[in-house]
Write a protein that binds this ligand. Sequence first.
Ligand code: ADP
Ligand code: MG
Length: 193
Amino acid sequence: MEVVAVPSLPKQLHLYTAADEVINSLLDLRLEKWGLPPFEDWVEGTLPLDPWYIVGPVVKGFGRDSKVLGIPTANLSTKGYSDLLSEHPAGVYFDWAGLSARGVFKMVMSIGWNPYFNNKEKTIEPWLLHDFNEDFYGEELRLVIVGYIRPEANFPSLESLVAKIHEDRRVAERALDLPLYSSFKNDSYLRSS
Ligand code: ADP
Ligand code: MG
């Protein structure tokens, strides 16, 4: 018998030493690793989700110099969304993003643990896949999250992290053109205010 553990308490992965594999979420279960037929839900490296919705003002992030790396992330106030975020495993997702004065854009984002808060607090780091000539702090950002790409991971170097994020970007850009995901571009949620 083989055992895959999916702890309900985050960050307790080290306690499950008897399991053959410990994963964050059932989204990360790969049956083919265990000699079983794979799930057929994946579409070009992405897992479609029941869409979920978030709106909030763009706030100052952690000043991690993401912009210097060419990956600015429009951090959004997650006030009121801690339950919604705790339901979603840490990882990389993609969405449509609306900024009322600017339009609707493709986006790839990570959901992860904020080390400054307790285990229940997560933050989101949305990268809009568009070149803006200016910052847009304070503007209202509206997100429709439509798919999942991969779990959060540790990388041996900054270069390998940045390379992976660019790969995530390519996956998201391609996926969002598929009818399955592109239909959400017209979701009225992205435009209302
Ligand atoms: P911070 O730590 O304050 O989040 P970043 O280096 O992550 O700083 O830069 C994010 C800011 O850059 C956003 O809040 C936004 O105003 C601006 N910005 C410009 N272009 C983009 C983009 N394509 N995606 C996300 N944010 C962008
Ligand atoms: Mg940021």
